[in-house]
Write a protein that binds this ligand. Structure first.
Ligand code: DAH
Length: 343
Protein backbone atom coordinates (compact mmCIF):
# COMPACT_ATOMS: atom_id res chain seq x y z
CA UNK A 1 0.00 0.00 0.00
CA UNK A 2 2.51 2.59 1.03
CA UNK A 3 4.87 1.52 -1.72
CA UNK A 4 2.29 2.30 -4.32
CA UNK A 5 1.76 5.78 -2.80
CA UNK A 6 5.50 6.37 -3.01
CA UNK A 7 5.36 5.18 -6.61
CA UNK A 8 2.56 7.56 -7.45
CA UNK A 9 4.42 10.58 -6.04
CA UNK A 10 7.62 9.58 -7.78
CA UNK A 11 5.85 9.16 -11.06
CA UNK A 12 4.42 12.68 -10.71
CA UNK A 13 7.95 13.88 -9.92
CA UNK A 14 9.18 12.26 -13.11
CA UNK A 15 6.38 13.85 -15.13
CA UNK A 16 7.24 17.27 -13.79
CA UNK A 17 10.89 16.86 -14.70
CA UNK A 18 9.99 15.70 -18.21
CA UNK A 19 7.45 18.43 -18.94
CA UNK A 20 8.19 20.74 -21.81
CA UNK A 21 5.67 23.14 -23.30
CA UNK A 22 5.30 25.50 -26.22
CA UNK A 23 2.16 27.46 -25.53
CA UNK A 24 0.32 29.33 -22.83
CA UNK A 25 -2.72 27.04 -22.74
CA UNK A 26 -0.51 24.06 -21.91
CA UNK A 27 1.19 26.12 -19.21
CA UNK A 28 -2.16 26.94 -17.67
CA UNK A 29 -3.16 23.26 -17.77
CA UNK A 30 0.11 22.43 -15.98
CA UNK A 31 -0.66 25.00 -13.31
CA UNK A 32 -4.18 23.72 -12.71
CA UNK A 33 -3.02 20.13 -12.58
CA UNK A 34 -0.15 20.64 -10.12
CA UNK A 35 -0.80 23.89 -8.32
CA UNK A 36 -4.52 24.54 -8.68
CA UNK A 37 -7.02 24.17 -5.87
CA UNK A 38 -7.80 20.59 -6.97
CA UNK A 39 -4.28 19.56 -7.88
CA UNK A 40 -3.24 15.93 -8.06
CA UNK A 41 -0.89 16.16 -5.07
CA UNK A 42 -3.68 17.17 -2.71
CA UNK A 43 -5.24 13.71 -2.26
CA UNK A 44 -1.75 12.28 -1.76
CA UNK A 45 -1.09 14.76 1.08
CA UNK A 46 -4.26 13.42 2.65
CA UNK A 47 -2.77 9.92 2.56
CA UNK A 48 0.11 10.84 4.90
CA UNK A 49 -1.80 9.56 7.89
CA UNK A 50 -2.29 6.18 6.23
CA UNK A 51 1.43 5.60 5.75
CA UNK A 52 3.06 3.26 8.26
CA UNK A 53 4.58 5.45 11.00
CA UNK A 54 8.18 4.43 10.23
CA UNK A 55 8.01 5.84 6.69
CA UNK A 56 5.62 8.73 7.30
CA UNK A 57 8.38 11.31 7.60
CA UNK A 58 10.09 10.10 4.44
CA UNK A 59 6.80 10.35 2.54
CA UNK A 60 6.08 13.80 3.90
CA UNK A 61 9.48 15.07 2.80
CA UNK A 62 9.08 13.55 -0.65
CA UNK A 63 5.68 14.95 -1.37
CA UNK A 64 6.66 18.42 -0.13
CA UNK A 65 9.71 18.33 -2.31
CA UNK A 66 7.60 17.40 -5.33
CA UNK A 67 5.29 20.27 -4.57
CA UNK A 68 8.24 22.72 -4.56
CA UNK A 69 9.55 21.19 -7.76
CA UNK A 70 6.17 21.77 -9.38
CA UNK A 71 6.30 25.43 -8.35
CA UNK A 72 9.84 25.90 -9.61
CA UNK A 73 9.07 24.16 -12.85
CA UNK A 74 6.02 26.33 -13.37
CA UNK A 75 8.08 29.48 -12.96
CA UNK A 76 10.81 28.20 -15.23
CA UNK A 77 8.29 27.31 -17.94
CA UNK A 78 6.65 30.69 -17.62
CA UNK A 79 9.96 32.47 -18.18
CA UNK A 80 10.84 30.25 -21.08
CA UNK A 81 7.56 30.93 -22.85
CA UNK A 82 7.80 34.70 -22.31
CA UNK A 83 11.29 34.53 -23.80
CA UNK A 84 10.03 32.67 -26.84
CA UNK A 85 7.32 35.21 -27.40
CA UNK A 86 9.70 38.11 -27.06
CA UNK A 87 12.16 36.54 -29.43
CA UNK A 88 9.43 36.11 -31.97
CA UNK A 89 8.70 39.79 -31.62
CA UNK A 90 12.20 41.22 -31.86
CA UNK A 91 14.11 38.79 -33.98
CA UNK A 92 12.30 38.79 -37.31
CA UNK A 93 14.92 40.71 -39.24
CA UNK A 94 13.10 40.11 -42.50
CA UNK A 95 9.97 42.01 -41.42
CA UNK A 96 9.46 45.27 -43.33
CA UNK A 97 10.25 48.42 -41.34
CA UNK A 98 7.53 50.47 -39.72
CA UNK A 99 6.91 53.56 -41.87
CA UNK A 100 7.97 56.82 -40.24
CA UNK A 101 5.70 59.75 -40.96
CA UNK A 102 7.17 63.23 -40.53
CA UNK A 103 5.08 65.41 -38.22
CA UNK A 104 3.19 68.37 -39.58
CA UNK A 105 2.86 71.72 -37.91
CA UNK A 106 -0.68 72.90 -37.33
CA UNK A 107 -1.64 75.88 -39.51
CA UNK A 108 -2.52 77.82 -36.36
CA UNK A 109 0.96 77.18 -34.98
CA UNK A 110 2.59 78.22 -38.26
CA UNK A 111 0.63 81.46 -38.39
CA UNK A 112 1.26 82.17 -34.74
CA UNK A 113 5.00 81.51 -35.03
CA UNK A 114 5.17 83.96 -37.91
CA UNK A 115 3.37 86.64 -35.86
CA UNK A 116 5.74 86.09 -32.92
CA UNK A 117 8.71 86.34 -35.26
CA UNK A 118 7.48 89.61 -36.74
CA UNK A 119 7.00 91.27 -33.36
CA UNK A 120 10.18 89.79 -31.88
CA UNK A 121 12.16 91.76 -34.48
CA UNK A 122 10.94 95.03 -33.00
CA UNK A 123 11.49 94.05 -29.40
CA UNK A 124 8.22 92.50 -28.22
CA UNK A 125 8.56 89.67 -25.70
CA UNK A 126 6.08 86.83 -25.55
CA UNK A 127 3.90 86.55 -22.43
CA UNK A 128 1.73 83.53 -21.76
CA UNK A 129 -0.90 83.27 -19.10
CA UNK A 130 -3.82 81.19 -17.89
CA UNK A 131 -6.92 80.19 -19.85
CA UNK A 132 -9.05 79.84 -16.73
CA UNK A 133 -9.22 83.42 -15.58
CA UNK A 134 -10.99 85.38 -12.91
CA UNK A 135 -13.60 87.97 -13.62
CA UNK A 136 -11.36 90.83 -12.50
CA UNK A 137 -8.51 90.16 -14.92
CA UNK A 138 -10.79 89.35 -17.86
CA UNK A 139 -13.32 92.17 -17.40
CA UNK A 140 -13.18 94.53 -14.45
CA UNK A 141 -9.52 95.52 -14.76
CA UNK A 142 -10.11 95.98 -18.47
CA UNK A 143 -12.55 98.78 -17.69
CA UNK A 144 -15.53 96.49 -18.19
CA UNK A 145 -17.32 96.45 -14.84
CA UNK A 146 -20.29 94.26 -14.08
CA UNK A 147 -23.42 95.33 -15.98
CA UNK A 148 -21.30 96.91 -18.68
CA UNK A 149 -23.04 96.19 -21.98
CA UNK A 150 -19.75 95.11 -23.55
CA UNK A 151 -19.88 91.95 -21.43
CA UNK A 152 -22.76 90.78 -23.60
CA UNK A 153 -20.63 91.09 -26.71
CA UNK A 154 -18.54 88.22 -25.47
CA UNK A 155 -20.74 85.36 -24.38
CA UNK A 156 -18.79 83.99 -21.48
CA UNK A 157 -18.30 80.44 -20.26
CA UNK A 158 -18.33 80.64 -16.49
CA UNK A 159 -17.01 77.74 -14.47
CA UNK A 160 -19.74 75.64 -12.93
CA UNK A 161 -21.29 77.25 -9.85
CA UNK A 162 -19.00 80.25 -10.10
CA UNK A 163 -19.55 83.82 -11.08
CA UNK A 164 -15.90 84.52 -10.44
CA UNK A 165 -13.98 82.08 -12.61
CA UNK A 166 -14.40 81.82 -16.34
CA UNK A 167 -12.68 80.73 -19.53
CA UNK A 168 -11.03 83.90 -20.77
CA UNK A 169 -12.96 85.53 -23.56
CA UNK A 170 -9.94 87.39 -24.93
CA UNK A 171 -6.20 87.58 -24.43
CA UNK A 172 -6.66 91.13 -23.10
CA UNK A 173 -6.70 89.45 -19.68
CA UNK A 174 -2.95 88.99 -20.07
CA UNK A 175 -2.58 92.78 -20.21
CA UNK A 176 -3.70 93.05 -16.60
CA UNK A 177 -1.70 89.97 -15.60
CA UNK A 178 1.45 91.64 -16.91
CA UNK A 179 0.74 95.21 -15.80
CA UNK A 180 -0.04 94.21 -12.20
CA UNK A 181 3.33 92.49 -12.00
CA UNK A 182 5.60 94.76 -14.04
CA UNK A 183 6.18 98.48 -14.29
CA UNK A 184 6.81 100.08 -17.73
CA UNK A 185 8.50 99.89 -20.12
CA UNK A 186 6.29 96.97 -21.12
CA UNK A 187 6.39 95.60 -24.62
CA UNK A 188 4.71 92.22 -24.99
CA UNK A 189 2.60 90.11 -27.23
CA UNK A 190 0.40 87.46 -25.63
CA UNK A 191 -0.79 84.61 -27.81
CA UNK A 192 -3.31 82.08 -26.61
CA UNK A 193 -6.59 80.31 -26.77
CA UNK A 194 -9.83 82.08 -25.92
CA UNK A 195 -13.40 80.85 -25.48
CA UNK A 196 -16.84 82.20 -26.23
CA UNK A 197 -20.21 80.60 -26.03
CA UNK A 198 -20.96 80.92 -29.72
CA UNK A 199 -22.77 78.64 -32.09
CA UNK A 200 -20.25 76.67 -34.09
CA UNK A 201 -20.39 77.33 -37.84
CA UNK A 202 -18.05 77.64 -40.81
CA UNK A 203 -17.06 81.14 -39.65
CA UNK A 204 -17.13 80.97 -35.85
CA UNK A 205 -16.19 78.55 -33.13
CA UNK A 206 -16.47 78.44 -29.35
CA UNK A 207 -12.69 78.30 -29.07
CA UNK A 208 -10.16 80.23 -31.09
CA UNK A 209 -6.81 81.97 -30.75
CA UNK A 210 -5.78 85.57 -30.37
CA UNK A 211 -2.57 87.52 -30.11
CA UNK A 212 -2.67 90.49 -27.80
CA UNK A 213 -0.15 93.30 -28.05
CA UNK A 214 0.71 95.86 -25.36
CA UNK A 215 3.23 98.66 -25.31
CA UNK A 216 3.36 100.97 -22.30
CA UNK A 217 6.07 103.55 -21.70
CA UNK A 218 6.59 107.29 -21.37
CA UNK A 219 5.29 109.17 -24.39
CA UNK A 220 3.83 106.28 -26.39
CA UNK A 221 1.48 107.80 -28.99
CA UNK A 222 -1.20 106.81 -31.48
CA UNK A 223 1.38 107.43 -34.18
CA UNK A 224 3.63 104.74 -32.67
CA UNK A 225 0.72 102.35 -32.73
CA UNK A 226 -0.09 103.04 -36.34
CA UNK A 227 3.52 102.63 -37.40
CA UNK A 228 3.86 99.34 -35.48
CA UNK A 229 0.71 97.91 -37.01
CA UNK A 230 1.68 99.06 -40.47
CA UNK A 231 5.03 97.31 -40.04
CA UNK A 232 3.16 94.17 -39.01
CA UNK A 233 0.84 94.31 -42.02
CA UNK A 234 3.78 94.76 -44.39
CA UNK A 235 5.64 91.79 -42.93
CA UNK A 236 2.57 89.60 -42.99
CA UNK A 237 0.86 90.66 -46.23
CA UNK A 238 3.69 92.16 -48.30
CA UNK A 239 5.39 95.54 -48.64
CA UNK A 240 2.66 96.97 -50.86
CA UNK A 241 -0.11 96.28 -48.38
CA UNK A 242 -2.62 99.07 -47.79
CA UNK A 243 -4.09 99.55 -44.34
CA UNK A 244 -6.75 101.78 -42.85
CA UNK A 245 -7.83 102.51 -39.29
CA UNK A 246 -11.53 102.91 -38.66
CA UNK A 247 -12.83 104.46 -35.43
CA UNK A 248 -14.34 101.83 -33.17
CA UNK A 249 -15.13 101.13 -29.55
CA UNK A 250 -13.56 98.92 -26.92
CA UNK A 251 -13.94 99.53 -23.17
CA UNK A 252 -10.21 99.20 -22.54
CA UNK A 253 -8.93 101.66 -25.13
CA UNK A 254 -9.61 105.32 -25.86
CA UNK A 255 -9.57 106.16 -28.69
CA UNK A 256 -10.20 102.78 -30.26
CA UNK A 257 -9.90 101.63 -33.84
CA UNK A 258 -10.13 98.60 -36.07
CA UNK A 259 -7.51 97.97 -38.69
CA UNK A 260 -8.36 96.72 -42.15
CA UNK A 261 -6.00 95.56 -44.87
CA UNK A 262 -6.89 95.97 -48.49
CA UNK A 263 -7.53 92.53 -49.89
CA UNK A 264 -8.82 93.45 -53.32
CA UNK A 265 -11.86 92.53 -55.35
CA UNK A 266 -10.41 90.19 -57.93
CA UNK A 267 -12.94 87.43 -57.79
CA UNK A 268 -16.21 86.35 -56.28
CA UNK A 269 -14.49 84.95 -53.21
CA UNK A 270 -12.93 88.37 -52.50
CA UNK A 271 -16.36 89.99 -52.78
CA UNK A 272 -17.76 87.54 -50.32
CA UNK A 273 -15.05 87.73 -47.65
CA UNK A 274 -14.78 91.52 -47.82
CA UNK A 275 -18.53 92.04 -48.11
CA UNK A 276 -17.97 93.85 -51.36
CA UNK A 277 -15.64 96.50 -49.91
CA UNK A 278 -12.27 94.96 -50.73
CA UNK A 279 -11.20 95.62 -47.12
CA UNK A 280 -10.68 92.96 -44.44
CA UNK A 281 -10.72 93.69 -40.75
CA UNK A 282 -7.80 92.00 -39.02
CA UNK A 283 -7.50 93.54 -35.57
CA UNK A 284 -8.81 95.86 -32.88
CA UNK A 285 -6.55 98.41 -31.26
CA UNK A 286 -6.33 101.66 -29.38
CA UNK A 287 -4.63 103.75 -26.72
CA UNK A 288 -4.82 101.99 -23.36
CA UNK A 289 -7.57 103.66 -21.33
CA UNK A 290 -6.08 105.46 -18.29
CA UNK A 291 -8.60 103.56 -16.12
CA UNK A 292 -6.95 100.30 -17.17
CA UNK A 293 -3.48 101.58 -16.29
CA UNK A 294 -4.69 102.81 -12.91
CA UNK A 295 -6.54 99.53 -12.13
CA UNK A 296 -3.30 97.69 -12.69
CA UNK A 297 -1.18 100.04 -10.58
CA UNK A 298 0.46 102.06 -13.35
CA UNK A 299 0.60 105.84 -13.11
CA UNK A 300 -1.47 107.13 -16.03
CA UNK A 301 -0.06 110.65 -15.63
CA UNK A 302 3.38 109.35 -16.33
CA UNK A 303 2.78 106.57 -18.84
CA UNK A 304 0.73 105.97 -21.93
CA UNK A 305 0.38 102.89 -24.05
CA UNK A 306 -1.26 101.23 -26.99
CA UNK A 307 -2.79 97.78 -27.25
CA UNK A 308 -4.15 95.59 -29.99
CA UNK A 309 -5.77 92.20 -30.34
CA UNK A 310 -6.02 90.03 -33.40
CA UNK A 311 -7.57 86.68 -34.22
CA UNK A 312 -5.31 83.97 -35.57
CA UNK A 313 -7.82 81.64 -37.23
CA UNK A 314 -9.02 84.31 -39.63
CA UNK A 315 -5.46 85.03 -40.76
CA UNK A 316 -4.57 81.34 -41.08
CA UNK A 317 -7.72 80.78 -43.14
CA UNK A 318 -6.80 83.62 -45.48
CA UNK A 319 -3.24 82.47 -45.85
CA UNK A 320 -4.06 78.84 -46.57
CA UNK A 321 -7.43 79.39 -48.25
CA UNK A 322 -9.26 77.32 -45.64
CA UNK A 323 -12.98 77.68 -46.13
CA UNK A 324 -14.29 76.36 -42.80
CA UNK A 325 -12.93 77.16 -39.33
CA UNK A 326 -13.98 73.72 -38.06
CA UNK A 327 -11.19 72.06 -40.05
CA UNK A 328 -8.76 73.75 -37.68
CA UNK A 329 -10.11 71.90 -34.65
CA UNK A 330 -11.03 68.48 -35.96
CA UNK A 331 -7.50 67.10 -36.21
CA UNK A 332 -8.26 65.15 -39.35
CA UNK A 333 -4.86 63.94 -40.57
CA UNK A 334 -5.89 64.31 -44.20
CA UNK A 335 -6.23 68.02 -43.53
CA UNK A 336 -3.19 68.37 -41.26
CA UNK A 337 -0.83 66.45 -43.57
CA UNK A 338 -1.12 69.20 -46.14
CA UNK A 339 1.01 71.43 -43.93
CA UNK A 340 3.88 68.95 -43.57
CA UNK A 341 6.51 71.02 -45.29
CA UNK A 342 5.56 74.40 -43.89
CA UNK A 343 7.90 76.31 -41.56
N1 DAH B 1 -10.12 92.04 -26.86
C1 DAH B 1 -10.73 92.45 -28.11
C2 DAH B 1 -11.61 91.33 -28.61
O1 DAH B 1 -11.44 90.21 -28.20
C3 DAH B 1 -9.67 92.76 -29.13
C4 DAH B 1 -8.91 93.98 -28.78
C5 DAH B 1 -9.31 95.21 -29.22
C6 DAH B 1 -7.77 93.91 -28.00
C7 DAH B 1 -8.63 96.36 -28.91
C8 DAH B 1 -7.04 95.05 -27.68
C9 DAH B 1 -7.50 96.28 -28.16
O2 DAH B 1 -5.95 95.03 -26.95
O3 DAH B 1 -6.80 97.38 -27.86
O4 DAH B 1 -12.45 91.56 -29.43
Amino acid sequence: MSNSLFDQVQSIQQDIANTSLDNLEALEAFRIKLLGSKNILKPLFAEIRNIEPARRKEFGLLINEVKSQAEEKYQALQKELAGVQQDQHTIDVTAPGEPVYPGARHPIAITLNRIIEIFAKIGFNVAYDREIEDDWHNFTSMNTPEDHPARDMQDTFYLKDSSQYLLRTHTSSVQSRVMTKTQPPIRIIAPGRVFRNETISARSHCQFHQVEGLYVDKGVSFKDMKQTLYYYAQEQYGKDVKIRLRPSFFPFTEPSAEMDVYWGLNNEHDYRITKGTGWLEILGCGMVDPNVLESCGIDSEKYTGFAFGMGIERQAMLKYKISDIRYLFENDVRFLNQFTSAL
